[in-house]
Design a protein. Sequence first.
Length: 89
Amino acid sequence: MVSEKDVAHIAGLADIGIEKEELAEFTGRFNEILDYFDILDQVEPGSRGETDLVNVFRDDVVEASLPEDEVLANTREKEDGFFRAPRVM
């Protein structure tokens, strides 16, 4: 169990400004989170049930792409068969 003093100390280390009026609320939430960790600690490793794993992804299919001149037809700036873009530094 974490006390308000502990929460104030942790908030100071993390450079989080918590007002004194908020300490009780944050302490309660902090303790709720730690309670969830206690529940997770009680789960047995490997206790997950049997599941049938299925690959939901489709196989890749190679298809012909558009011709270069058709791809570059709508650009004003092209160079050596590529779109020309401004330099980014």
